[in-house]
Design a protein around this ligand. Structure first.
Ligand code: ZN
Length: 352
């Protein structure tokens, strides 16, 4: 009996050793077939940052590029920083959608269950006076609450969708741009389009909710940023602007879109100076701006790898820091957008 057990154990350990060897062989084959290479060995189109010396993938098939998400190379953390950001925003979107639909369901249920005929159709106003509600009034209340919910939340979701699009296109770009020159250029341009769309959509919640009671200003500012964004996209679709030489130019374009926000921000401060939420939203939006500026500074300066080329190839180079600050900036803007949304949903245009 004891011998039989020992045989079983031996068989198991032999089997697991065999499996381990097989896995090691596959990994060795991949490594031999698709080795990570140095900056010097890169094809010209991939030479972007001369301070990152090693661990590059180049001309990898799509399948190998896809599975490299689980292995170490100098793009691993660039992929994951924005992929985690994307997942985070997806969870926030789902959580908000559930919360808002539950709230809407509750409101509708509450209004519909309200007595609608006979003597029970009576309500008390704030002074304690009783008033009779008609079916017509109730129907109008239901319609208003439904349309208000629909109207008030869409700019918030436009921003969430823009953030998710930007973060996902960036992750995909970093994962697959090692495949070929054509795909590299295409994905890099998609990445820039994603960033531009995120900046445009970031304007939607503050512009919509702050100027909800003066719709012509909503139109002016939202049209202004959209035109600026379309011009940015058209410019960045010229392949020459995707090269390392134009790194500062690209940041300048994105920054100028962000700086456009200064006009409505000053306008909003003047108009809403007595707003009780002024300081909180200002704090959120200032931290967002600070995150984007710090991130962009790392992106352009290529610090810290510039100081010690080769040391930050895998962990800690400027692009990873830039990505992290982009996620933090977007989260700060999300915080502000939620306050704008809640404030308008609760008070509408009357509390000014
Ligand atoms: Zn990136």
């Amino acid at each position: 009996m004891m011998n039989q057990e020992k045989d079983h154990q031996n068989l198991d350990s032999k089997r697991s050793k065999k499996m381990k060897n097989k896995k090691n062989n596959i990994e060795r084959n991949i490594r031999e077939k698709y080795p990570l290479i140095s900056y010097q060995e890169l094809p010209e189109y991939m030479k972007d940052n001369e301070f990152i010396l090693n661990y590059y993938r180049a001309n990898w098939p799509l399948k190998q590029a896809f599975f490299s998400i689980f292995t170490w190379h100098n793009e691993t953390l660039n992929v994951w920083t924005h992929l985690i950001g994307f997942i985070l925003f997806m969870v926030l979107t789902i959580a908000n959608a559930e919360h808002i639909s539950q709230l809407a369901d509750f409101m509708t249920m509450f209004i519909r269950n309200f007595p609608t005929s006979g003597d029970a159709n009576i309500s008390q106003n704030s002074k304690g006076e009783t008033t009779r509600l008609t079916d017509q009034h109730l129907q109008m209340d239901i319609t208003l609450s439904e349309s208000a919910t629909n109207e008030a939340t869409w700019p918030f979701y436009v921003f969430l969708a823009g953030a998710m699009l930007c973060l996902l296109s960036s992750s995909i770009c970093h994962l697959f741009s090692c495949h070929s020159q054509r795909l590299n250029l295409f994905l890099v341009q998609i990445d820039y389009v994603g960033i531009t769309i995120m900046i445009i959509t970031s304007f939607f919640p503050p512009m919509y909710y702050i100027f909800q009671c003066s719709p012509h200003w909503q139109v002016v500012y939202l049209t202004g940023i959209t035109i600026l964004g379309v011009c940015t996209i058209i410019t960045l679709l010229f392949p020459v602007f995707s090269t390392g030489k134009y790194r500062s130019f690209r940041v300048g374009l994105f920054m100028s879109m962000g700086c456009f926000g200064i006009f409505p921000a000053i306008h909003a401060l003047v108009v809403n100076w007595s707003d009780p939420m002024r300081n909180v939203t200002l704090a959120y939006e200032s931290s967002m701006a600070l995150c984007y500026v710090i991130g962009a500074t790392f992106y352009v300066s290529r610090v810290p790898e510039k100081w010690k080329p080769g040391l930050f190839d895998l962990v800690g180079h400027s692009h990873q820091i830039f990505h992290t600050f982009v996620v933090f900036g977007a989260l700060a803007h999300y915080g502000a957008a939620r306050i704008f949304l809640e404030y308008r949903t609760r008070f509408g245009c009357d509390n000014r």
